[in-house]
Design a protein around this ligand. Structure first.
Ligand code: AMP
Length: 217
């Protein structure tokens, strides 16, 4: 299955993508994770992307599109994929269509995750990520102390530098201006599904899987 997980930062799409990717046996491709890895390794791509990411603005389309062309041509994508954080602009969505049609593939669904802005800010400020296995946690939901280690692998948990409140505001503005129009693009293609992202991780996963099941059967 070829899926896009779509929605504002902090809605929980990365968490759900990690779970559903394991369940369906398809790769989870997060442009944010790829970029953070490049930044960590101080690669030329990482050095270019860092300032945009620190400010909460978008990395230029041509950089992202080139990066995704390479990623989607890797062999693990032959079984399908979940795209998380891409496409984030209309030119990215149009490029994705071109990339897929060159590979004679098409998307199954774009899944839109919906919650209130108040809940988003709460989730983002309490989000912690494992520096070793990339698992995502929430201090409140997972009942973790601020200095806790990763419950899954014991790695160090950190707060993303763009999860500070001043950057969160900017990221939400960017979402409304540049990314939200992508929703209409998939609505017109009649492949948009919407899932209520309120509630526990498990509740959202169950809702999401039954939506995917009922849409594909
Ligand atoms: P995320 O982990 O998806 O919230 O992404 C973190 C940051 O990486 C974003 O705030 C952007 O600066 C950058 N980024 C990730 N995906 C994209 C994309 N598709 N287009 C442009 N910038 C991106």
């Amino acid at each position: 299955m070829r899926l896009i997980f779509f929605g504002p930062p902090g809605v929980g799409k990365g968490t759900q993508a990690q779970i559903v990717s394991r369940k369906l046996g398809i790769p989870h491709i997060s442009t944010g994770d790829i970029l953070r890895n490049e930044v960590k390794n101080k690669t030329p791509l990482g050095l270019k992307a860092k300032s945009y990411m620190d400010e909460g603005t978008l990395v230029p389309d041509e950089i992202i599109i080139e990066m995704m062309k390479n990623r989607l041509s890797e062999s693990d994508c032959s079984v399908g994929f979940i795209l998380d954080g891409f496409p984030r602009t209309l030119p990215q969505a149009q490029s994705l269509d071109r990339m897929l049609s060159e590979l004679e593939l098409s998307l199954d669904y774009a899944v839109n995750f919906e919650i209130s802005e108040e809940e988003i800010v709460k989730r983002l400020t309490n989000r912690r990520v494992c520096s070793k296995c990339n698992s995502i946690f929430n201090l409140l939901i997972d009942q973790l102390e601020d200095n806790a280690r990763c419950p899954r692998c014991g790695g160090e948990l950190y707060q993303r530098s763009d999860d500070r409140s001043e950057v969160i505001r900017r990221r939400l503005e960017v979402y409304h201006e540049a990314t939200r129009p992508v929703l209409d693009y998939y609505k017109e293609k009649k492949i948009l599904l919407t899932v209520d992202a309120n509630g526990s991780v498990k509740e959202v996963t169950n809702r999401l899987l039954s939506l995917l099941n009922s849409s594909t059967s």
